[in-house]
Write a protein that binds this ligand. Structure first.
Ligand code: PEP
Ligand code: MN
Length: 295
């Protein structure tokens, strides 16, 4: 169905598609961007899976985790060395590994042979992160940091732009346009949960906006990834919401997976363990196959 909102004052008007985000909008109903990163195609029939811990905790930890995650079938290793932690305090259990962590990811990439996606938070570290990471992850909290988006785009590296948890689709596509306008077309969008008053559980901060998947596919050609880990913040809900994301049409999945979830340095309530991940992979394949897609 064609997008036909002609009335001004609605969240996205027809004029917005032409004048506010002409590059992020579809040219015609079948327009879909496809590109490969490290041999993995985004925007096609296959659904790439990016999995790994919240944080790159140590060299040995990330090496062993990467091996296991690759053997289970993930296409990318995820994991932050630079972390946008909500509070400024750090401790022995709650820390960032920063430049050292990026160095470990570089070793893992070489030794394990798995592509990497990791977050970049500051302009001064873009070159360092871009040297190792196959995809630059821009986190929810930086979505509208426009000079930063421009600087990331200029590297011409593939970028995954996470939706700010309070952003409308209109604002998100506006941020995407800042990247596309630099001539960087290897852009992936990622839904990671929005903040609403009612999230069903006192420990869950966000509500996954599954409707945004078909909504985006109606108006934009960009691949859309869903991250049910950050969206639910709660391990038992990650698997069902992952399958629902695939059923909704997601072009990729990002998952937190940890060898010992309860002892994750950050957000211990949300990661899957290896066994959970393996079972989920098998169910993801079945769900993907049922809608003529593949993992
Ligand atoms: C992450 O993926 O580790 C992360 C911090 O995500 P978000 O920016 O969505 O909170
Ligand atoms: Mn996280």
């Amino acid at each position: 169905m064609q997008f036909d909102n002609k009335s001004p004052g609605k969240d996205i008007s027809e004029d917005d598609l032409k004048s506010k985000f002409p590059l992020a909008s579809k040219k015609d109903p079948s327009h879909k961007t496809k590109f490969s990163v490290a041999g993995v195609e985004f925007g096609g029939k296959n659904i790439p899976v990016m999995a790994g811990p919240n944080m790159v905790e140590s060299r040995d930890f990330i090496l062993k985790t990467a091996e296991k995650i690759k053997s289970i079938g993930a296409h990318f290793l995820r994991g932050g060395a630079f972390k946008p932690l909500t509070f400024p305090y750090r401790s022995e259990k709650y820390y960032e590994t920063r430049e050292e962590g990026i160095g470990w990811l570089k070793e893992v990439k070489k030794e394990v042979g798995i592509p990497i996606i990791t977050e970049v938070m500051e302009e001064r570290f873009i070159d360092l992160v871009a040297d190792t990471s196959d995809i630059l992850q821009i986190g929810t909290r930086n979505m509208q940091n426009f000079p930063f988006l421009t600087a990331c785009a200029k590297t011409m590296k593939p970028i995954m732009l996470k939706r700010h948890y309070g952003a409308s689709l209109r604002d998100w596509l506006g941020a995407a346009e800042y990247i596309l306008v630099e001539g960087n077309n290897k852009l992936i969008l990622c839904e990671r949960g929005v903040s609403v008053p009612h999230t069903h559980r006192s420990t869950s901060r966000f509500l996954i906006d599954l409707q945004v998947v078909p909504a985006l596919q109606e108006i934009s050609h960009l691949p859309i990834v869903v991250d049910p880990s950050h969206a639910t913040f709660w391990r038992p809900w990650v698997s069902p919401m992952t399958l629902a994301s695939i059923a909704a049409g997601a072009d990729g999945i990002m998952l937190e997976v940890h060898p010992d979830p309860k002892n994750s340095a950050v957000d211990p309530l949300q990661p899957l363990d290896f066994q959970n991940f393996e079972e989920l992979m098998s169910n993801m394949k079945k769900t993907a196959n049922s809608i003529d897609r593949a993992i």
